[in-house]
Ligand binder design. Structure first.
Ligand SMILES: [Ca+2]
Ligand SMILES: [Ca+2]
Length: 361
């Protein structure tokens, strides 16, 4: 069935200026009450807890992580340091006795291999699309964001990796897999992606982290080129497809008939990540693979089409309240190749056959 991509375009008032500064001057257009995201609170069972853990008792909706992830430190100092462990009472009340005795199978087994993490150095992201083009207003204004160093996984999370989390009782089963163990997991909700990353001590990247890892050192607009027009068709025909997308072999409406990337749906992770003799779907300088192809990827942010107009920190972390949809990024096996600034959104409890994720740290 053809899928429909929805790019929410909100006709907003034109911005005052397209500034490159990581603006903190303008007040947010949205002044929501700081209501926390709808957290599915899992109450620990009181005293006489059942002695056996039902095997299927993995909450589909793991507690929703707030979108603010302070690991990424833009040049501006994050204002909200979560006062978590620091303010714990010195004399805590006795914890329920049932909890410590039932340690869930939390840690990944020794045989589990998490994806290699790539270091993205401190630097400047040119976030969004140029202001003088006709791309979606939700990618504008293009603006610079100073960012601290962070880590992001080199590849998309695979079916095998996700299934290990399911086997450990920390993730609920994904929807139908496409292809085998070494292919990216799809048909996962945002909550499932979030739960997996937490299981291995990581987290979902935010929009700025995803975009910087994808655009590389030189802030390319596409994963294969920085030209205003992608000239994709020419390159694909003469040099081979630079990424996993919907071409001649795709069961969905084709973008380009006379290009075949070799994979009707998903490709094995890293299949397009070669750097020589021609650079393919791997970010220049950062060596992060398949950002723009294969599967689209959930990120941590709640979606707000005016995020860039509001500037920091909404552009980086997203709104701090539930907008009803989470952002996902990058084109996929089921779409045409797209620019790296493209922003998609979907309710966090929904899934797609071309949507997976990768984790950051
Ligand atoms: Ca394909
Ligand atoms: Ca991807």
């Amino acid at each position: 069935m053809p899928t429909t991509r929805v790019e929410i375009v909100v006709a907003t008032n034109p911005l005052p200026t397209a500034t490159n500064a990581p603006s903190v001057t303008s007040a947010p257009l949205i002044t929501p009450p700081p209501t926390p995201a709808p957290v599915v609170t899992v109450e620990p069972p009181t005293a006489p807890a059942p002695t056996q853990v039902p095997p299927t008792a993995v909450p589909t909706a793991a507690p929703v992580a707030p979108t603010l992830m302070p690991t990424l430190t833009p040049t501006l100092v994050p204002t909200d340091v979560p006062p978590t462990a620091l303010s714990q009472p010195a004399e805590p009340t006795l914890p329920p006795t049932a909890l410590p005795t039932q340690a869930p199978p939390a840690a990944p087994p020794p045989s589990f291999a998490p994806t290699e993490l790539m270091t993205i150095p401190e630097g400047t992201l040119r976030m969004g699309s140029p202001n003088n083009d006709d791309f979606s207003p939700n990618e504008k204004p293009q603006h610079d964001v100073g960012m601290g160093a962070y880590l992001i996984e080199k590849f998309e999370v695979t079916n095998a990796q996700y299934d290990a989390c399911v086997a450990a009782g920390r993730c609920s089963p994904a929807g139908q897999h496409l292809n085998g163990d070494n292919f990216p997991v799809v048909n996962v909700t945002w909550y499932q992606a979030d739960a997996y990353c937490k299981w291995i001590g990581r987290r979902l990247p935010n929009e700025a982290e995803w975009e910087r890892a994808a655009k590389g050192m030189d802030n390319w607009n596409y994963s294969w080129s920085n030209q205003p027009a992608p000239h994709f068709e020419w390159q694909a025909q003469y040099n081979g497809s630079p990424l996993s997308f919907c071409e001649a072999s795709c069961p969905l409406p084709h973008f380009i008939q006379d290009v075949n990337d070799g994979f009707a749906t998903t490709a094995p992770i890293g299949a397009f990540s070669q750097t020589e003799p021609r650079r393919r779907d791997i970010s220049k300088g950062f060596e992060v693979a398949d950002m723009n192809g294969n599967v689209s990827e959930w990120v941590s942010n709640w979606f707000d089409p005016t995020a860039y107009q509001q500037g920091y920190p909404v552009d980086v972390f997203g709104p701090d309240f539930d907008t009803g949809s989470k952002v996902y990024r990058g084109s996929s096996w089921a779409t045409e190749p797209m620019r790296l600034a493209t922003r998609f959104s979907l309710p966090p409890d929904q899934a797609r056959h071309d949507l997976g994720f990768r984790c950051a740290q």
